[in-house]
Ligand binder design. Structure first.
Ligand SMILES: Nc1nc2c(c(=O)[nH]1)N[C@H]1C(S)=C(S)[C@@H](COP(=O)(O)OP(=O)(O)OC[C@H]3O[C@@H](n4cnc5c(=O)[nH]c(N)nc54)[C@H](O)[C@@H]3O)O[C@H]1N2
Ligand SMILES: Nc1nc2c(c(=O)[nH]1)N[C@H]1C(S)=C(S)[C@@H](COP(=O)(O)OP(=O)(O)OC[C@H]3O[C@@H](n4cnc5c(=O)[nH]c(N)nc54)[C@H](O)[C@@H]3O)O[C@H]1N2
Ligand code: SF4
Ligand SMILES: [Mo]
Length: 620
């Protein structure tokens, strides 16, 4: 059978060979690059989820006594009426990467742009680092899998790759590459790294600038590369000179011995995987900037990998219809919860914001009070769907045709359905076009354009036609020229004139973190964000904490007057001052853990500081 790609928000974007008898019975990981014949526990759980009794099968409307099943016609009328009667600026669509398909994630935004609704800024995950990297490099993409996997040494910085990025981690472990890893706790990744480096939360920028200083002082940088391609070396060198090993130790907690080992590691010209999590900490965008610039000094413009989503030239804006219509306003994702009580209607697909966004609990409060009309299109009854006015059943990626790209590998995959839609599940593009018709927007050019014609147009800058993709099934995309820097000066800006022109600091900045206990998160192997609790069990609300704090058993975490309840587990691999949770659990009393998480946007891409919330511990 034709291959099919996992559409989950994941570095790996695995390619599977579906195995079918009467119905789909297995997804066999492709033996080829870069899936290499293995996968994660979520990959195979998709087969289990496909026909699970937990799937949504029919549209539901909330009534006094709970949800009742209704026809698609009735459900769509209800939603169309609510969207039509509201001021478009008070209608917000919330979607993210539950499924990375071009038709599933991107195209449906056209309805909301056509009506002039409010949009989010899509900042929750990786926007901060994308924006930060562009200030120096004019791009955010970097190494491809083959470049990363053939490296003799790799630094995993702010990413628990042993759990969240297994198709980089396992091949590198097998190849015998030397591994350094930088984190705020001794995670699974640090435990297996030859050079584990534990930093205080929010201080990575100091460590990276300290490394840069040593490389410059010892003349271990590529002076030819710098003079040929870079701008602002003198200013950069002057600036980093204040980041002495003493300052590094004082701010980051990394002692001289480990620090010099890391400098030595970088002299070996490793690749660095810069984790998305960095963009979710204090000074995180600045850390991403500084780490990437180490590779500028080393003369390796493909030395880092962050996300390659922008490398292929796929026109995501075209898919969302931004060439013809714009949202009336943009709400940062970290502030959607705060905004919820002021909205009239919210339409959610491909995400579970009540659980995953800071203050997402306020979405449910507003909806259950009756102040907010909430519609949710999902494959299962999520926390957000449980509060909705109308719930619509969606097909999983196994039940619909779509086009899938990766944010690490360069393969573009044509996914053909391998199962019939379960129950009355309908794809996202069909739903928004039907809603458009009911709202009198059916003739709008954004909705009149056939979804596949939109995909064809969006792929043309990437140099791929749909007919080629359909016949080959997998096409390798090409990235641009790594020596072409689309910055203000046209050079690799060590001192960023691009940032300056935007009113941002031209050099990576550092603000000393306030004192206090920092709540942070690391990935968990059995779940992707909040998914697969039905198949793999719930995510336990455990806070791992250094034994010196004397905490164990049920505790409350409090911030800004909000409390959540969790179980404290003493763990020496977490340093004092850090509270580490695995996955995105719920409070013991059922509230989302994100009720206490800080939604304030970071400065470059607006990503909220999910990995840096100062909390108080209270008895409860
Ligand atoms: N506290 C804390 N919060 C976090 C994070 C953290 O580390 N800590 N991580 C953050 C990050 S990095 C991210 S990316 C966000 C993720 O936030 P979300 O995108 O909300 O995460 P998921 O829980 O994966 O929700 C995806 C939803 O899409 C649905 N879905 C899957 N396939 C389809 C489909 O084909 N069609 C439709 N309509 N729906 C589908 C799934 O059933 C699921 O409900 O969470 C963020 N929130
Ligand atoms: N198994 C599994 N895989 C996943 C996901 C999942 O939920 N489960 N989610 C997917 C998604 S949406 C994403 S975005 C990626 C997640 O990829 P990343 O965002 O890179 O997240 P993690 O791999 O969880 O690793 C982040 C690490 O950063 C550390 N950290 C927190 N604060 C700081 C800091 O200030 N400095 C440093 N150096 N480290 C810090 C945390 O302790 C944690 O171990 O993974 C994807 N893959
Ligand atoms: S979640 Fe990631 S590792 Fe797991 S099957 Fe999907 S792409 Fe592969
Ligand atoms: Mo993410």
């Amino acid at each position: 059978m034709a291959p099919i790609a996992c559409t989950r928000d994941c570095y790996d974007t695995c390619v599977f060979e579906p195995v079918k008898a009467q119905r789909l019975i297995d997804l066999r990981p492709s033996p080829l690059y870069p899936t290499y014949g293995f996968t994660c526990p979520r990959g195979r759980a998709d087969v289990k989820r496909l026909y699970s009794p937990n799937r949504l099968r029919k549209p539901l409307i909330r009534k006094e006594g709970g949800f009742v099943e209704v026809s698609w016609g009735r459900a769509l009328e209800e939603i169309a009426e609510a969207l039509k009667s509201a001021d478009p600026a008070e209608v917000l669509h919330v979607e993210y990467d539950g499924n990375q398909g071009l038709l599933t994630w991107y195209y449906p935004a056209r309805l909301f742009n056509a009506m002039g609704a409010a949009s989010t800024d899509y900042s929750i995950c990786s926007a901060e680092g994308h924006a930060a990297l562009k200030l120096h490099w004019g791009r955010s993409w970097g190494a491809l899998p083959e470049e990363l996997l053939s490296a003799r040494s790799v630094v995993f910085w702010g990413v628990n790759a042993a759990v969240s990025f297994i198709h980089a981690w396992i091949p590198l472990r097998r190849s015998g590459a030397r591994i350094a890893a930088v984190d705020v706790a001794v995670t699974e990744t640090l435990k297996q790294a030859s050079l584990p480096v534990v930093v205080r939360p929010g201080t990575d920028v100091v460590l990276a600038l300290g490394v840069a200083r040593e490389l410059i002082r010892s003349r271990s940088y590529d002076a030819d590369f710098i003079s040929k391609y870079a701008y602002g070396f003198e200013e950069f060198a002057r600036y980093v000179d204040e980041f002495t090993p003493e300052k590094v130790a004082e701010e980051t907690g990394v002692g001289a011995e480990t620090f010099y080992e890391l400098v030595e590691f970088y002299r070996g010209r490793p690749k660095t995987v810069i984790g998305f999590a960095l963009g979710r900490t204090l000074n995180g965008g600045d850390a991403v900037r500084a780490i990437s610039l180490i590779h500028a000094l080393l003369g390796d413009p493909l030395g880092f990998f962050y996300s390659n989503s922008g490398a292929w030239g796929i026109d995501f804006d075209y898919l969302r219809g931004l060439h013809l219509a714009k949202p009336s306003r943009v709400v940062p994702m970290g502030l959607v919860g705060e905004e919820a009580p002021k909205l009239r209607a919210m339409y959610v697909w491909n995400s579970n914001p009540a659980a995953t966004l800071p203050g997402g609990d306020k979405i449910c409060e507003a909806a259950l009070r009756g102040d907010l009309f909430l519609a949710v299109h999902d494959v299962t009854m999520t926390e957000t769907a449980q509060c909705a006015s109308v719930v619509l059943p969606a097909p999983t990626y196994l039940e619909k045709d779509d086009v899938v790209y990766g944010y690490w590998h360069e393969l573009l995959i044509y996914n053909e359905a391998v199962a019939e839609p379960v129950g009355e599940a309908k794809p996202e593009h069909w739903v928004v076009r039907e809603l458009g018709k009911l709202m009198g927007l059916g003739g709008h050019p954004l909705l009149a354009e056939d979804p596949w014609a939109a995909v064809e147009r969006a792929l043309s800058p990437a140099g791929v036609s749909l007919s080629e993709l359909k016949s080959k099934r997998i096409v390798a995309l090409r990235r641009g020229d790594p020596m072409s820097f689309k910055t203000k000066t046209g050079r690799l800006e060590l001192y960023s004139e691009t940032a300056k022109s935007l009113g941002l600091p031209p050099l990576p900045a550092y603000t000393r973190p306030p004192r206090g206990l920092v709540l942070t998160f690391t990935s968990e192997p059995l779940h992707t964000n909040t998914q697969f609790t039905a198949e793999n069990g719930p995510i336990r609300p455990v806070v791992y904490v250094n034994p010196s704090h004397g905490l164990s058993g049920v505790i409350c975490l409090e911030a800004r007057g909000v409390r959540v309840k969790a179980v404290a587990e003493p763990d020496p691999s977490v340093p004092p001052g850090v509270l580490l949770m695995r996955g995105i659990p719920k409070s013991l009393d059922g509230a989302p853990i994100n009720a206490v998480v800080d939604g304030a946007p970071n400065p470059y891409g607006g990503t909220p500081r999910l990995n840096y919330s100062v909390v108080e511990v209270a008895k409860c």
